[in-house]
Design a protein. Structure first.
Length: 258
């Protein structure tokens, strides 16, 4: 009831009416005759965008946990490489990282006959593995620094108390340290996931047919510019809204985040 009352505030109603009027105007004044022809390709591109986003964020976060832990409490021989990795990833453009992996590793692998004769070669010839790897490493680099701060923010008294009760290190990490660190960074994770979504169009530069690449093909085939871009913007806004709603729901369910 409270959320419904907040949604029905005057300024929100005005914004929704303006947005609805804009959609109606676009529907009646712009060309959409190209949409049925490219709809199957657009659905395929949307699926590519979604699964790459899900896979890279999950893998990137799993990699960010040891990166953050190594920087927070690890010995120098683990903390130093983790810090260098996060610094390099955060200090270089994602497009450059994608191109280095695709045009670097992609051109290096064919020089080894044992790779070309392996079962992995049909996958290594495609572009999507390099896109997944680049986006995963990028997400891990940013979230590794976030998790470093999250691990450091957990009260040491709780960890000392767990040690005094004889709790094993792995159990203490799994039940106390990691859950509290993740709880502290939930808002940041939501924002970073949306940023990851907005970074996925870069994979179109290495021929991965995501939803952005489909809109580019429509523009090149039909010379229609604004309609594909507006539809693309709407798709990204809807996905970003779903991500934000999901993280907000999780935050409300986590104790201490209400």
């Amino acid at each position: 009831m409270i959320r419904l009352r907040a949604l029905m505030q005057p300024h929100r109603i005005v914004m929704m009416l303006v947005f609805a009027a804009f959609l109606i105007w676009c529907g009646f004044t712009m060309r959409w005759d190209w949409l049925p022809k490219y709809l199957p390709l657009a659905i395929e591109g949307l699926w590519t965008t979604i699964w790459i986003l899900v896979v890279t964020t999950l893998l990137g976060f799993l990699l960010a946990i040891p990166l953050g832990l190594a920087q927070a409490v690890g010995p120098w021989y683990l903390a130093l490489p983790a810090r260098v990795f996060c610094t390099v990833i955060r200090g270089t453009p994602l497009l450059l990282q994608i191109w280095l992996l695709y045009y670097g590793l992609g051109s290096l692998f064919p020089q080894f006959p044992w790779i070309r004769s392996s079962e992995l070669w049909p996958y290594l010839r495609q572009a999507w593995p390099y896109a997944v790897l680049a986006l995963t490493l990028s997400y891990a680099g940013y979230e590794g620094e976030v998790m470093r701060g999250a691990f450091s923010s957990v009260a040491r008294g709780q960890l000392e108390a767990a040690k005094s009760f004889g709790m094993p290190r792995l159990t203490m990490f799994r039940r106390i340290w990691l859950p509290q660190a993740v709880r502290n960074v939930l808002p940041t994770l939501g924002g970073e996931t949306i940023l990851q979504l907005k970074a996925t169009p870069l994979i179109a530069t290495i021929t991965v047919m995501d939803i952005y690449a489909v809109s580019s093909r429509v523009r090149s085939d039909t010379f229609i510019v604004y309609e594909p871009l507006l539809l693309l913007a709407l798709v990204y806004m809807v996905i970003a809204g779903i991500i934000g709603f999901a993280f907000n729901h999780v935050e409300r369910q986590v104790p201490g985040r209400r």
